[in-house]
Design a protein. Sequence first.
Length: 310
Amino acid sequence: MKLWNRMGASLAISALAVVAFGQTTTTPPTTPTTCTTVPTGLTALNFERVIPLADILSTLTPNAPASLLASIEGGALEIHEILIYNPQLSTITATLFTEAAGSPVPTPNFNFSTGVIQVTTYQIVGALFGCSPVPSVLIGAWASTANGVYGGFSNAPAGISIGYTTATPPAINNVTEVIAGVAVAWSAGGTGTLTVYTPPTSGGGTTTGTGPTIVVKTANGTTAVPNTTVQVGSSPFLLDASGSTGNGALTFAWKTTSNSPVAFVHTGKPGQILVQFPGPGDYAIQLTVTDSTGATATFSITLEFTGRPD
């Protein structure tokens, strides 16, 4: 069972991925055909990968039937994993299972209630995007899992690096998991969907002239996508546009275009605001940024408040 013993942390910690950007109710932007502008957010992630036994590193002993272990070590079965991003919950669910060697990917009509050996939920805390040397996203998260072949655990620091091409649709490549600072599994690629958001050069929304570039982030550091709807469960809710850029000093003007007003509470940091909701409902928020030349840009987003007001 030496080879199987090396696969521990992948089953114990399986895979993870990416940052909540709120639930998008418009058609997600497509991955750009070039990566000259670094993406700022992830809008979709749903892919399946095959993890070669030789690329799983662990010394943990799985709690699985000897026949299953022997089938994997002997090459009759292979390890598959499906990763699904839920932007509403800011989570990634990683489902680990086995299939006959050489099975098609994605697995046709996969049943998430049978044949699963481990399920891990990753609560996303942030993501870094890059264009050089290749398009990629590096995601940080906290991982937890119910009992499986490696028992259960909670609050384990985790991360995953995903590369992708600029083809349409993009091809996923070089998927690497890191748990508690240790690289535990690698795969050459995956089959499915990965869609990133790259802001327009004007910064989103509508722009007058060569206006500022607006970047709005929420409390957990995720980048909001303009002209979309984000579900919010707590009040007040942080919107932070302090990372916006333009010529000289910037001024920020927040307003709501909804019938029901919200309260804007300044934090003392330019471009940063707390939004207090009077009750559940949809609230359209608009930000106008003006630079020192008088050029402006606007950013609009709808916040769907589902919680209780303070």
